[in-house]
Design a protein around this ligand. Structure first.
Ligand code: NAD
Length: 318
């Protein structure tokens, strides 16, 4: 198998690269910050000196970068992928970016005879480590068929969802569902808590019913344990919802729930919580509720109202 290039060695990129290596592939890697690169070079991966250098030494280049501007810089910038690329090279961008940017990059690649796929992932760091990511791909079938065996080393589900950009449209759909789920879960758990009902008891009572979900199972325990270590950072989810809203606007689609949750994420970033896990959306909802110390007052009022109702009922029966 030909040599693989890998650009972007953050939370996700590093374990994904390691799974390619476990699959027996030779790799050349590059990261703009040397720390990420040093870690994998020590494991037998060749050091690339730039995105251009990586592209000039490989036949398939994978990028795993934060957002569209970084992909733009890595592909079009000075010392970028297109400066080193040869016709026939396959560029697989696995970052979660706007599908509109994917289509722009694909068009520029095609002018140089470079094949492009957008292939964002879902599953987070644990699944990146296990090689069980869900990978949603956009592009041509023939190009997909060429690199699908590589993608299967990183993911347990690898699906071609349509032409270029379809992978990122699918990812945006995923991110909308996850964000709105976390926001709804947060409102539910805060209400239960302020009514004096234990959040863990509520979680265990409802997780097997219709409200149960993968999101609930993954995020409710984090909220209950007050563990907001990322995981998936608030600032990255805010970026995804921004991309969803911009894409929706370009198609004249209204996304009222997404824009509401987007506002919550912006507010959380403004108060310095951008690097917390997205389950910290609950802290935004908590701030709009009475403090927990007021719970007993609320519970007493609740009990008081119930006692009054019972007395009235008994009087009526007499
Ligand atoms: P990260 O910030 O940890 O890693 C990105 C890496 O890219 C960093 O090491 C950074 O130094 C490097 N980089 C930035 N610009 C560069 C450039 N021009 N050239 C070379 N390297 C550059 O991000 P991450 O968590 O690994 O996420 C990567 C992508 O995957 C994002 O689009 C994110 O939305 C998506 N994603 C993340 C998760 C998750 O749980 N973290 C889950 C699914 C999808």
């Amino acid at each position: 198998m030909s040599k693989i290039g890998f650009i972007g060695l953050g939370i996700m990129g590093k374990p994904m690269l390691r799974n390619l290596r476990k699959g027996g592939h030779e790799l050349v890697a590059y990261n703009i910050h040397p720390a990420g690169l040093d870690a994998v070079v020590g494991e037998g991966v060749e050091r690339g000196t730039s995105c251009k250098d990586v592209a000039s030494r490989t036949d398939v280049v994978i990028t795993m970068l934060p957002d569209g501007p970084e992909v733009d810089q890595a592909v079009f910038g000075p010392d970028g992928v297109l400066e080193g690329a040869h016709p026939g090279l396959v560029l697989v961008d696995m970052s979660s970016i706007s599908p509109l940017v994917s289509q722009k990059v694909a068009a520029a690649c095609s002018e140089q005879g470079v094949n492009f796929l957008d292939a964002p992932v879902s599953g987070g760091e644990p699944k990146a480590i296990d090689g069980t990511l869900a990978i949603m791909v956009g592009g041509e079938q023939a190009v997909f068929d060429k690199v699908a065996p590589l993608l299967r080393l990183m993911g347990s589900s690898v699906v071609l969802t349509g032409g270029v950009g379809a992978g990122n449209v699918t990812k945006l759909a995923n991110q909308i569902i996850v964000a709105c789920n976390i926001a709804a879960m947060s409102e539910a758990l805060v209400l239960a808590d302020r009514c004096g009902v234990d959040s863990e008891v509520v979680f265990n009572a409802i997780k097997g019913g219709l409200a149960g979900s993968t999101v609930l199972n993954a995020k409710a325990p984090m909220v209950i344990a007050r563990n907001f270590k990322p995981g998936f950072r608030i600032r990255l989810h805010q970026k995804d919802l921004r991309n969803a809203l911009l894409t929706a606007e370009s198609k004249k689609v209204a996304l009222p729930l997404t824009s509401l949750v987007q506002q919550m994420l912006i507010a959380l970033m403004n108060r310095g919580s951008g690097d917390l896990d997205h389950s910290a959306i609950v802290t935004f909802i908590e701030e709009m509720a009475p403090k927990p110390t007021a719970r007993s007052t609320f519970a007493q009022a609740f009990d008081g109202a119930r006692t009054t109702a019972v007395c009235m009922h008994q009087k009526l029966e007499q």
